[in-house]
Design a protein around this ligand. Sequence first.
Ligand code: 2B7
Length: 635
Amino acid sequence: MEKKYDASSIKILKGLEAVRVRPGMYIGSVDARGLHHLVWEILDNAIDEALNGYGKVITVSLNKDGSVTVSDEGRGMPVDKHESGKSALEVIFTVLHAGGKFEEGAYKTSGGLHGVGASVVNALSEWVDVEVCTNKRKYHIRFMDGGTRVSKLEDLGPTNKTGSKVTFKPDKTIFETTTFNYQTIVERIREEAFLLAGVKMIVIDEKNARKEEFYYEDGLKAFIEYLNEDRDTLHKPITFDHMYNGIEVKAAFQYTDSYQENVFSFVNLVRTKDGGTHEVGYKTAFTKTINDYARECGILKEKDKNFEGNDIREGLTSIISVSIPEDKLQFEGQTKSKLGTPEAKNAVENIVSENLMYWLLENSELSLKIIKKIQKAAQAREAARKAKEEARKGKNNSKKAEKVLSGKLANAQSKDHTKLELFLVEGDSAGGSAKQGRDSKYQAILPLRGKVLNTQKASLADIEKNEELNTIIHAIGAGVGSDFNLDDINYDKIIIMTDADTDGAHIQILLLTFFYQYMRELIASGHVYIAMPPLYMVKKNKEVFYAYDENELSKLKDGQKCEIKRFKGLGEMNADELWDTTMNPATRSLVNVTIDDPVICDKRVSVLMGNKPELRREWIEENIDFTLEEDYRVM
Ligand code: 2B7
């Protein structure tokens, strides 16, 4: 190891040290999610290279020693001397935010969203090993202990290949866990492969001798088929791929017989979860073109109103993927996940209008089927609107809500909805204990009596007819479906409290499915929680303890003599016990339900709640470990 340090190497080590002191600032967290972030950072660089047309194969390998290797067949990272006197390769791995100077018109996948780069991975790794093939030669460099270079840039001799290969082992003193999840990586890679047409993506698990390859000629078509795998569809997926003023617009859509609209949009392969100009262009084009067509073919008469966007998109699954040169990229919003580039609206609107109209005219039989479906959606919406208006005329809304809720909801006294909690409780007996045990100033209780409807295949009309769901809608007080308005919620926390058994889990899933489909913002903005009742009560020398899982139980037992009681349900706890263990904000633990990855989330809901049992069985067999007694864990 070299001992010579100059001012610049001290600066670099300080820079990387900052990453080690506050890893969360650079990769979000040090849990499993942060750990996987390391892979995404390196992978993004390989994908950038492929996106710009260099290299057709990208491989991710989970190695036996716990390290990960990412390799590409691009031009190879630059190795020439940088102005600092160091090799460009060393700079990429040791200087924070050492972004490459990209040529004008080049595409960059990370789009300034995360892209903190290889140096952060180096800072958070036990070691990093880099091999680069470029200029007909193979080079090697290695770093250790958070970024200290331990080998000079070595020339390993001649080669005819080009490309980069990075292997790193995450630092176990930084991360809570250093075990990579094969499935998580497979899901990400599959999605990247859908969007990156013509590039083969390979995932290898050396430990368990598994390997999967993803290669799609027409990726968006495959993506739509994947998303709609467990839904019944009206036609084959339709795809477009065209350039417009330097912006590449790819779009794909397919109508299903479900009632949900699903749009996933991407910019340079990065998901824009808050949409933006490209999504606006897509929706505008779709609404206008469908209405124009419906008039042209006489379904909409002169006196008829246009179909609304919501009616047109009922049951529609869409993907919009645009590639925008880096110099035109503009993002908005706090998380920079909304596209602002104005030209993107124009580009998408033009391409989609033109191609959609062409397709509708060429496929008149299918077009008619789609327009009829839209017409049905519009009629249902109109009928619902009329019924609501009638109801409003008769008596005011709050009276109606009062009637729906009377005898069911034990409301809280405070009117400050930012402090209020609504407990949705399984069963009347637990509901009774919860009512007695609660803090009635801030906590409201709504016991659920019947089975909750599976809303994956229900229309809004079915839902409003369902007593249980209707009660929940009125209690939350912010409407439902496209009328849902987060500003009107009556509670800050909606807490699902069920028995810790399979029936309880089923109720949780049914409620979450309902919220996901009809009040998605409620989940997305973090208002939905699951209460965690204890599984065991442990009495040691007359003192009472509670254990929330097997692990805590064995810690509590600790070889001592004690009395253990397994709670079969919430109903077995009296009001005080329920308060102490599950409801008291000072001592309880809640799980906050969030939408991590919208594509995966959508897929899970449709597989688990949809009408294709064979796909459900397959998923369960692959993902649930039934050897854990009474405690089914999703791996
Ligand atoms: C800003 C940095 C990270 N870079 C290049 C060129 C090719 C290239 C890379 C890469 C990950 C795992 C193996 C450009 C960009 C550096 O500048 S990074 N390939 N692959 C990669 O990181 N894979 C490049 C222009 C001319 N020649 C090479």
